[in-house]
Design a protein around this ligand. Sequence first.
Ligand SMILES: C[S@@+](CC[C@H](N)C(=O)[O-])C[C@H]1O[C@@H](n2cnc3c(N)ncnc32)[C@H](O)[C@@H]1O
Length: 490
Amino acid sequence: MHRPTLPIESLPFWARLNDVSFRHVKVSKIDGRGYGVVCEDDVETAEENETGQSTLVTVPHDLVLNAAAVDEYAKEDKNFRQLLDAMIGHRSTRTDILLFLLVQTALASRSGHGSVGVSNPWTEYLQFLPETVPVPTLWTEDERLLLRGTSLEAAVNAKLSALDAEFGLIQQKSSDIPAWNELLWEGTSAVSFPDWIRLDALYRSRSLELPRSGEALVPCLDMANHSASPTAYYDENLKDEVVLVPRPGVRLSKGDEVTISYGETKSAAEMLFSYGFVDPEATTGESLVLPLNPFPDDPLAKAKLVAFGQPPRIHVARDGDVNAGGGPVRWASAFAYFMCVNEEDGLEFRVLQERDGGRQLRVFWQGADVTDRTSDFEALTGEHSLAAIFRLRVVVTVQETLRAQLERLEATAPQDPTTPSAAQREECFRSAMALRSIDTKLLEHAVEALEDERLTLLADKNVVAYLGLTEATESDLAVDEAANETDDFS
Ligand SMILES: C[S@@+](CC[C@H](N)C(=O)[O-])C[C@H]1O[C@@H](n2cnc3c(N)ncnc32)[C@H](O)[C@@H]1O
């Protein structure tokens, strides 16, 4: 698709035309970060306006692109309304905004676009936005190989599949409407899957959570970059305008970049997934999430997955600066507790026939219906006399999963950890290597912590008694089997 662009030098004209005000700041190029907001002169924080804030950027409410704004737009444009209605059952704030952006992108790329779509400030503003975003969904296949073994490998693959399904659905629903078929899918300017991946990436890396307007895109304010020590924050004032304001006590001088925080508790994986970079200055701790597969030989595996109702996962986290030691490792996995109990422990599945002919899967633990508590098996098994045994099974399962992940991380590490291949961009390589290092450290510490817990549990008197009993039963069995074999021989 031919995508027209506008130089950033024209942004002040667009801003003036649309009542966006910049005070003491402008948008300009920043080394390695695309554009950013930079001070044009020293900012006196005492220079307050009627709301008590010294605002650097003010964006009128009617430029805020949120679910309500898309709805308003649809009121003026009945064709767009028809498009939104065609997506009924698949709508969310995100999909509504992305659909709006898809239409604006298509409108900008076609001069004579016929009967559908109404141009608005966003049609032009989109032309200031970067061609690409360094998030992994926009990495090439060679670059995505760098994520093998990391906590993002499965998440990025799953996101690409979800985007593919979403794009297929939009294509199917909108091609039934002739005017949209013509604008979106016909001719050389037709939109394609890479356009959808790009819009999703732009949305993920630029959307904000506003106190009153909710999840939204805000033009110009979305030019502010992130810092672990931000100098500004955004807010909505009494007129519902969105404002960029210096943080209290911050001195801003000419040439300083004005930064905000994209989230103080986001892990390296989340930052890379949503924004396309790993912040080397983050000191808030680290976390990772891994998929957890049920045991392949568990006959109840399928039923457990259905009854659990969410993707089974393991969460690992550590507070503090991981590079400087960090705090103790924490882990959690609700599914692991469900996965590690079986029929002989008191787990039972029943299929109930409903009056309307439907069937319902119910889960029982120790005879009680716990269908609504499948993510609560840590507490449920904790009340059992074999609680320590169940915990031991979980600890071993989680430890083995993390160990296997660590081995995969090591086995897939690039041969030269300092230089990307010719087919990989430097920034993707640097981000992937930073994530690999953080994941490795976190997994190593988690495996160690789980080993300590495993040894403690193995010394538990109930575990010792249980294991002693099992061993005795097993050796009895072996004797019986040997006796049977002898019988057979004779
Ligand atoms: C909300 S936009 C900020 C404006 C953006 N720099 C631009 O050129 O349009 C978020 C994107 O800016 C870049 N970015 C923001 N903060 C960054 C940082 N601290 N380090 C590297 N890139 C950053 C990332 O590409 C991110 O996806």
